[in-house]
Design a protein around this ligand. Structure first.
Ligand code: NAP
Length: 499
């Protein structure tokens, strides 16, 4: 049997062995025989090396004019365009989601590159009137130093690029730790940085577990920012640790997103949106539609359409262009989802109308496949209506009015994405106003964010920061207020002005 390719860490512009000398295998969740490679199981020493390299690179990188940094990020985007198919194929192999979706994931990286590149010519501050004569007042953005990125497995390129591109554009240097399940895509991204000519040490990759590498990053005194995307459970631990060290932290966490279908909706469109929202990425999206809140007048019709179509979704290896639903990312994740299906069946009054389990015959035996699953007659307080399942399971809840629909939608600890299908503009605007979520779609599914707008959520979905849009630049810069007094005498603000 051919030996697996051994990948290394990327530190100071070089591919280096981990100090631990240890590696872990990365296999295709659709086909366990497919070994993608061996990746470093690094430790604290590797993190320290990467941080020192980033710290050194910061001295020069921060002084490169932002438009020039933008040009480099643009070059990164151009190379991503050229290598899009290759990267997407590797991503499908390591994460499982279907090739159309991994192409979308890479495209999101490209969009972010071009958006960030343009920001290199903006990075606006403010010029404001000073209250004293012969005085000038303005604010400028300054880079913050070394930033640490800890990313999940479900968007192996999009999420790292959401973090890295704005960070380096602002003049910072970075250390990234990808999820243990999906390091290959980020290793390719390092090749892209290298090819684009990014100076050594500006971006460093350390592969390894959250417990070792992630933990060492969060505790490292020379990392000034941590940008984390992942579960609430880990996010909460990081918040405690960063809080104790006064380290700034951006958290993008889980969701329990819902789509509302009102009685006046275009039902075809709404069902199409619900299917894509619930079963796209095999339900493993932070913005996945996990609850379908349906008006009682159209409930019967919607449910029949949903069941019929969910049953016919083609499940399989995501490299096959005809496949619509890939595998779960790993056996543990599949077990968790199966446990939720068991809980759903036992919970009061919920009725499993399609799905219920694993696909194990033939080629399915080599991967972690699940049937798209729908529960009907779910009550808002049930566990399957409250907890993030992160799999292809949809809970259908019936309501009688828009007010009730919004109340049910808001009744969870999360607040990431939301959607409503209605033809009534008044209802749409009421939903925009009253839904507690970071994102609301009108007549679109709960997934489909664009990089021009802020991405993130309220309640336990995060801690108030956002990715993307222009607001992400607030996380990667510090504001400096600058006063230039050209009066040639001592002027006292708030004192001279009162006279
Ligand atoms: P996770 O288990 O929280 O892991 C996320 C990252 O944190 C991984 O790189 C993980 O490393 C690392 N990690 C684990 N323990 C750590 C520790 N003690 N210290 C530092 N880092 C640690 O989440 P996941 O299972 O990868 O991703 C699924 C979750 O992410 C879901 O809840 C989903 O909703 C959320 N998500 C949110 C967004 C958003 O933007 N709001 C987007 C996508 C996903 P290992 O890989 O080694 O465990």
């Amino acid at each position: 049997m051919a030996k697996a390719k051994r990948y290394l860490n990327f530190i100071g512009g070089k591919w280096v062995e981990p100090a631990t000398g240890k590696y872990t295998e990365n296999r295709n969740p659709a086909d366990n025989d497919d070994l993608i490679g061996e990746f470093p199981a690094s430790g604290g020493e590797d993190v320290d090396k990467a941080v020192q390299s980033a710290k050194k690179a910061f001295n020069d990188w921060r002084l490169v004019p932002a438009p020039k940094r933008g040009e480099l990020v643009k070059r990164v985007g151009d190379i991503l365009v050229r290598r899009k198919e290759e990267i997407s194929q590797v991503m499908t192999r390591e994460m499982g989601k279907i090739i159309k979706e991994t192409r979308g994931d890479t495209q999101e990286g490209i969009d972010t590159a071009y958006y960030s590149a343009g920001e290199g010519r903006r990075l606006f501050g403010q010029t404001v009137p000073a209250e004293l004569p012969n005085k000038f007042a303005m604010s400028v953005r300054q880079p913050v130093g070394v930033c640490g990125m800890i990313t999940p497995w479900n968007f192996p390129i999009a999420i790292p690029t959401w973090k890295l591109f704005p960070a380096i554009l602002c003049g910072n240097t970075c250390v990234i730790k990808p999820a243990t399940l999906t390091p290959a895509s980020v290793a390719l991204l390092m090749e892209v940085f290298q090819e684009a000519g990014l100076p050594d040490g500006v971006v460093n990759l350390v592969c390894g577990s959250g417990g070792e590498v992630g933990n060492a990053m969060v505790g490292h005194p020379d990392i000034n920012r941590i940008s984390f995307t992942g579960s609430v459970e880990i996010g909460r631990k990081l918040a405690e640790k960063c809080g104790a060290n006064m380290k700034r932290l951006s958290l993008e966490l889980g969701g329990k997103n819902a789509e509302i279908i009102m009685d006046d909706a275009d039902l075809e469109l709404a069902v199409e949106g619900a299917l894509w929202g619930a079963f796209g990425t095999t339900g493993q999206r932070c913005t996945a539609t996990s609850r379908l809140i349906v008006h009682e007048k159209v409930h019967h019709e919607v449910l029949a359409m949903m069941v019929e179509r969910a049953k016919n979704l083609k499940v399989g290896n995501g490299l096959d262009e005809r496949v619509e639903v890939g595998p779960m990312v790993c056996e543990d994740q599949r077990r968790t989802v199966l446990e939720y299906i068991r809980i759903g069946k036992e919970e009061d009054k919920a009725e499993l109308v399609t799905g219920r389990g694993t696909l194990t015959e033939g080629d399915y035996a080599k991967g972690y496949f699940l049937k798209p699953t729908i529960f009907d007659r779910v009550q808002p307080g049930m566990r399957i209506a409250q907890e993030e399942i992160f799999g292809p399971v949809l809970a259908v809840i019936t309501i009688k009015s828009l007010e009730e629909a919004i109340e049910v939608l808001n009744d969870t600890e999360y607040g990431l994405s939301s959607s409503i299908y209605t033809r009534d503009v008044n209802r749409a605007f009421q939903a925009i106003r009253d839904i507690e979520a970071g994102i609301t779609y009108i007549n679109g599914p709960t997934i489909g964010a664009e990089v021009q707008l802020p991405f993130g959520g309220v309640k336990n979905t995060g801690n108030g920061h956002r990715e993307a849009g222009t607001v992400v630049y607030d996380f990667y810069t510090e504001w400096k207020s600058v006063y230039v007094d050209f009066s040639g005498r001592l002027q006292k603000a708030q004192i001279d002005t009162a006279e």
